[in-house]
Design a protein around this ligand. Structure first.
Ligand code: MTE
Ligand code: MO
Length: 545
């Protein structure tokens, strides 16, 4: 036994550094295994679990924080950028936990005891809960659950053992060459070792992550259509309003959103991957005829209903990009309910999803509104994984938060008990779409000569759920409100494209837009935040013409 002063032993601070250095290769190894053998990526499981158990106010603050950064950085695609930010946050969280664990481990080791064992124990203290979380919450991994759990625990144990080995290496007497020389040399040796360690960790990380990216595609983002080779409905068909003479102002967003461009919002780091072969829709509860329907039953057994649908997230700010329009195909919920034969007239359908998400819908809504449907296709193709494969619901007039994806069951019940996932976190129980109009473009580069007048095309969208839009008005520099022209919408439940050709005069201008819904109700002009009921207010844009 060497007689060594405890002050020569690495401190908890060094432990924090070592723990953090080794966090990077640990993440890389998890990533590599995730893309190669389909094991879970534990940071995402931790993040998804936190998203479910933390109070709504905290989640909201987090989302606001991410969205404001995305806005400040002027990033293009909010839902994709937000997901990336969440992924980075998830990894940072685990890295921070490993920094703390490294400090704890070194503090323990300074007190003596078996290094490797203590290392593995501290590693497992993190690894075992994360392995358990993976078993409970992960819906995207394809590896067998026991293998996934053992893998997660083993990698964390290995991290701890490696930290302990480094502690021992740092505590060891200086090399023979340095023996007998000053403490400064000893410190230097330590420093060199730590730098080498950093280099090795970086190399391992880059190699692991690079290999993962090379060998396989990156972790599925979930928004790529499965059968990208297959043409969609819109590749072969004209849109129903193709002959409308009103051409959108140049720069207006596409009226029909490509599937790959559709915004995507859900509470999962990676979308649940459900296998068509072992998926069924269970319809149970207060019914005479419980059902277990396969996807083939739903596709083949009922007359398909096609609807053009604009879906908006309740978190979409006025003028935001969390709103898209697609062609949805499915079976009216009423038809399925009729087959299941509810034993009650009133009551509710509790819709449950593979990711633990849920919502509740009055049965009378489904009975009265044939447009409420169980959806299995977008643009004539199976739903992409990220958008709810194999089954989601469409409920006109409501924000996306009320419309579960990845549905696994419908329970017919006479008890409301509590609202759905986001309602329990404080969002509006009804979540009816607020009427809003948005200026997409003031096309100063596309001036129109109209006799002796020059016009600037101004245009955008207006949306009021299934209430439709009857009027859009624009005003410039707080002058008179002027009516815009409306293009025929793709359906009664989609957004409307509007256009206003403004008589051009050079200068600096403020453009504002507002709308009136199909019932004649004007939009709310007062600016309100997205929380709790959806954003309201006038959309404005400045232009230097
Ligand atoms: N199972 C499940 N369904 C869900 C969600 C979810 O997190 N899990 N998010 C909802 C929200 S908040 C919105 S806005 C829409 C978005 O659908 P999209 O991603 O296909 O655009 O899905 C809804 N359905
Ligand atoms: Mo949403």
């Amino acid at each position: 036994m060497m007689n060594r002063n405890i002050s020569q032993q690495p401190t908890p601070l060094t432990g924090a550094l070592v723990g953090g250095l080794l966090a990077a290769p640990l993440l890389a190894v998890f990533y590599l295994a995730a893309v190669m053998i389909g094991t879970p990526f534990p940071p995402f499981d931790l993040f998804d679990w936190l998203a479910r158990v933390l109070p709504g106010s905290l989640i909201r603050a987090g989302i606001n924080f991410i969205v404001s950064i995305i806005a400040a950085l002027n990033l293009e695609d909010t839902s994709r950028s937000a997901k990336t930010a969440e992924h980075i946050l998830a990894m940072a969280l685990v890295a921070a936990a490993l920094v703390a664990a490294g400090a704890v481990l070194f503090a323990l080791l300074r007190r003596g005891g078996s290094g490797r064992l203590a290392g593995a124990a501290v590693g497992l203290a993190l690894g075992l809960p994360l392995a358990a979380l993976g078993l409970v919450i992960n819906t995207s991994a394809s590896a067998l659950p026991p293998i996934s759990a053992m893998w997660t625990a083993a990698v964390f144990a290995a991290w701890g053992a490696a930290c302990a080995w480094i502690f021992a290496r740092l505590s060891a007497a200086p090399s023979p060459a340095a023996a007998g020389t000053s403490a400064a040399v000893y410190v230097l040796d330590r420093r060199r070792f730590l730098i080498q360690l950093g280099g090795a960790a970086a190399t391992l990380t880059v190699a692991g992550a690079g290999l993962g990216a090379l060998l396989s595609r990156p972790l599925p983002a979930g928004d790529e259509p499965e059968a990208a080779a297959e043409p969609g409905w819109s590749d072969a068909n004209a849109l129903p309003n193709a002959d409308d003479p009103l051409i959108p102002a140049p720069g207006t967003r596409p009226e029909f959103t490509l599937v790959r461009d559709h915004y995507r919002i859900d509470v999962n780091s990676l979308p649940p991957v459900l296998n068509e072969d072992d998926w069924t829709l269970s319809v149970f509860g207060l019914v005479d005829n419980p059902l277990e329907l396969t996807l083939a039953d739903l596709r083949g057994g009922y007359e398909p209903l096609h609807q053009f649908v604009t879906l908006s997230c309740i978190s979409n700010p006025v003028g935001g990009d969390l709103i898209s329009t697609q062609r949805w195909t499915g079976v009216p919920l009423r038809v399925i309910l009729d087959r299941a034969k509810p034993q009650i007239n009133g009551g509710y359908v509790r819709i449950r999803s593979a990711d633990g998400f849920d919502e509740i819908l009055p049965i009378t809504d489904a009975r009265q509104d044939e447009r409420i449907m169980l959806v299995y296709a977008w643009d004539g193709l199976p739903l992409p994984v990220g958008h709810g494969f194999p089954l989601r619901i469409y409920i006109p007039n409501l924000y996306g938060m009320k419309q579960p994806k990845w549905i696994v069951s419908l329970e017919i019940t006479d008890r409301y008990e509590e609202g759905g996932y986001w309602v329990r976190k404080g969002w509006d129980e009804v979540a009816r779409v607020k009427s809003t109009a948005v200026i997409d473009t003031i096309a100063g580069g596309d001036l129109i000569q109209d006799g002796d007048r020059t016009l600037v095309p101004v245009g955008g969208i207006a949306f009021a759920g299934s209430r439709g839009i009857s009027r859009v008005e624009v005003r410039v520099n707080e002058g008179e409100w002027q009516p815009a022209q409306l293009r025929a919408p793709l359906s009664e439940t989609t957004w409307v494209i509007w256009r206003y050709d403004w008589p051009f005069q050079a200068g600096h201008y403020l453009f504002e837009v507002r709308c009136v819904d199909g019932n004649g109700t004007p939009q709310i002009e007062e600016p309100r935040d997205v929380y709790p009921s959806g954003a309201t207010g006038l959309h404005t844009r400045r232009a230097n013409l």
